[in-house]
Design a protein around this ligand. Structure first.
Ligand code: EPU
Length: 342
């Protein structure tokens, strides 16, 4: 097999996933432009391999070696592409770091993404799971994205409806999984910026800083402080943020649970369903701060699983399964993982 593409074989992915677990890719290729993807599409060996598209590696659990081709998206560039009476349209390439992109928008006087400060990962990965925090999801500011489709070999633009965004969900976790590679994402940042202060964590942090009329930059600083307190820095301790989604139940299920657990944290949703706090459920089962082998549950947030050093992906998956079993037994609620398992 000879390729003109700089493919590397038997490539370690340890430094490319924020859990920091060891796993190897049969083949690995950095993607710096869409031309690389067109070359892969034309290469009969490479295109036949199972494919994994990797961005910042912050939403994946590698439980085994990957027997195919890892495409590591590193396409760079940020620009303001348009503006109208309502919004400024900013396009960022998929390989840009998410947090640095948010800071770029704020430095250019464009508010909107500040509540999403310090989320690990890349711009291209953000729409895959519709990242969200402190009352905002990217779907709220999303305009469109460009992707490369391996099925057709074409570049396509998707609008918001076509992405089928849900809670930590999109078309890229379903129909387009491993088939599409996001090339860039365009956001519509509102001209009439309003602070989003729906979360008490944010208003409390601003109050502690004696800020009454926060700017987007103030909110970003507050969110950075909150996240730094609650969530482990992946550069220091391996993790993938929240490991489980917050489960959605019916009001009847909530009411039955509240009979037994009057303190249970729950949030009514606009559609009439109810979201429970998975961190609270796991905490109640006594898992917070626990260690199982080299895997563990973070001390300050029970929803975050950590690699305490040298854990394998399988070990972390085993811990996750034990937590799911406990929560199911005690609360009759099934927790669903947020990261993609491989
Ligand atoms: N709680 C506990 N014990 C814990 C953890 C949480 O009792 O160990 C309780 C808290 O006291 C609070 C509630 O559970 O009443 C919710 O906790 P928190 O505010 O920390 O938020 P979360 O629901 O656990 C979600 C997102 C986070 C996002 C925050 C803020 C999911 C799966 N997680 O966490 O997103 O930053 O809200 O908006 O929706 C991520 O997806 O990786 C992530 C970090």
């Amino acid at each position: 097999m000879t390729h003109s593409l700089p493919v590397q074989y038997n490539f370690s992915l340890r430094d490319l996933n924020t859990f920091g677990v060891q796993a190897s890719a049969h083949a690995y290729l950095p993607v710096t432009s869409v031309d690389t993807l067109q070359d892969v599409k034309r290469d009969t060996d490479l295109v036949a391999m199972p494919r994994l598209v990797l961005g910042g590696g912050s939403n994946i659990l590698l439980t085994r070696d990957f027997p195919g081709l890892v495409l590591h998206v590193g396409i760079k560039g940020i620009e303001i592409v348009d503006e109208d009476a309502d919004a400024t349209y900013v396009r960022a390439a998929a390989g840009e770091n998410w947090h640095q992109f948010v800071q770029w928008t704020l430095a250019h006087g464009l508010g909107g993404l500040e509540n999403l400060s310090l989320i690990p990962g890349s711009v291209g990965a953000a729409p895959i799971q519709n990242i969200g925090a402190y009352g905002i999801e990217i779907k709220d500011l999303f305009h469109s994205l460009t992707l490369f489709d391996f099925e057709t070999g074409e570049q396509t633009t998707l609008n918001k409806a076509e992405c089928m965004f849900g809670y930590r969900d999109s078309v890229f976790k379903h129909r387009l999984r491993d088939r599409a590679v996001v090339l860039d994402v365009t956001f519509a940042l509102p001209k009439q910026w309003q602070p989003n202060l729906r979360y008490a964590d944010v208003t409390n942090e601003l109050a502690a800083r004696s800020i009454t009329q926060p700017t987007a930059q103030d909110i970003s600083a507050a969110v950075i402080a909150i996240r730094t307190r609650k969530l482990p820095d992946p550069a220091v301790i391996g993790n993938a943020g929240s490991f489980f989604k917050n489960p959605v139940v019916t009001t009847a299920q909530r009411d039955a649970l509240l009979q037994r657990y009057p303190q249970m944290v729950n949030y009514a949703q606009p559609d009439g369903s109810v979201k429970l706090a998975a961190g609270w459920l796991i905490d109640q089962c006594g898992w917070k701060g626990k260690t199982a082998g080299a895997a563990g549950v973070y001390e300050n947030q029970a929803l975050v699983l950590v690699n305490r050093g040298g854990a394998s992906g399988a070990e972390i998956a085993q811990l996750a399964a034990a937590i799911q079993a406990d929560v199911a037994q005690r609360f009759d609620v099934q927790l669903e993982p947020e990261p993609i398992f491989l």
